[in-house]
Design a protein around this ligand. Sequence first.
Ligand SMILES: CC(C)(COP(=O)(O)OP(=O)(O)OC[C@H]1O[C@@H](n2cnc3c(N)ncnc32)[C@H](O)[C@@H]1OP(=O)(O)O)[C@@H](O)C(=O)NCCC(=O)NCCS
Length: 216
Amino acid sequence: MPEISRGEVQLWTVIHHIADARHDELEKHLSPDEITLREKFTPERARKFTTTRATLRALISRYTGIEPSAVRFRHGPRGKPYLLENGRESNPRIQFNLSDSSDVVVFGFSSDREIGVDIERVRHLERWKKISERFFGAAAATELERLPGDARDREFIRRWVLEEARIKATGQGIWSRSTPEAAALSYQSFFPADEYCGAVAAPGSDWSISLPGSPW
Ligand SMILES: CC(C)(COP(=O)(O)OP(=O)(O)OC[C@H]1O[C@@H](n2cnc3c(N)ncnc32)[C@H](O)[C@@H]1OP(=O)(O)O)[C@@H](O)C(=O)NCCC(=O)NCCS
């Protein structure tokens, strides 16, 4: 069983179009509820859902020894999933968070703290200025304005994923950005694939990212 050291955040990256070749093997990991839920999705969304949920189950299985299809989740008030073991809500053996954008999905795992992971494909957003002023502040919006187009798009998405990772670390909504829990977080950027930006947020500053790569 792989170990996660104290302060380590392990990030696994999966590329959807590559994982599609494993579809039949992966779907065996889904729970009956997930198979029912998947029927409501379009074929493309169903395929991505299978990869994301089944890979999450397979990775949790590697860390805990629980059969993938027997992994159980509970959800926080705003939908953040946590591992549920023996009906026990507190202190799960592992904490995780995941993020899906376009063709890439990243899964983060930690043994000693709650984490938030977010990724986005770099692209141009028409509303970049309004969003920057609201979420990053006037000074950051001015800095972004000075950058040439491509660099601005990349820097905007890099900052965006930092904000999202922060929100996801506390499992709360956007309003939680100024809570004491959010103030105690630190965060790190990473680049999961060409043209994608990622970020992890977690409490304290005594942690670092390790990148084992693809689960297969
Ligand atoms: C919860 C939220 C953070 C998810 O982010 P997203 O970019 O839409 O989606 P991602 O692919 O990154 O993450 C989805 C995964 O995060 C997890 N998740 C769901 N709710 C969560 C929450 N409240 N906190 C942390 N993780 C959550 C789930 O595993 C989910 O996967 P699933 O849908 O397969 O179950 C998002 O819905 C949200 O509230 N965003 C805030 C929007 C905003 O105003 N941002 C401004 C940033 S500048």
